[in-house]
Design a protein around this ligand. Structure first.
Ligand code: SF4
Ligand code: SF4
Length: 75
């Protein structure tokens, strides 16, 4: 059975030069079409490991079933 996949709140993504979430994804499920885009999550590849959630410094990648952010966290 497949695990639920995270949701990316791309409207709050800071478009980091290096996406740390993308770097820790071992199955390359986080894709950027353009280098400064918010990453897109390919749910067909994602295995639900949730490593990306811990890696994103602003937590805009949300664990399934958790509340969405209403504003980007500062700091
Ligand atoms: S690390 Fe987080 S805030 Fe930065 S580009 Fe990736 S998803 Fe967006
Ligand atoms: S949950 Fe795991 S497999 Fe899915 S996008 Fe995040 S790091 Fe990649």
């Amino acid at each position: 059975m497949s695990r639920p996949v995270p949701r990316i709140q791309d409207e709050l993504c800071l478009h980091c030069t290096t996406c740390h979430a993308q770097k820790v994804c071992r199955v390359r499920a986080l894709v950027r079409i353009e280098p400064d885009d918010a990453p897109f999550l390919d749910s067909a590849r994602c295995n639900g490991c949730l490593r990306c959630i811990l890696a994103c410094p602003t937590r805009v990648i949300r664990e399934p079933g958790t509340e969405l952010l209403t504003d980007a966290p500062s700091g």
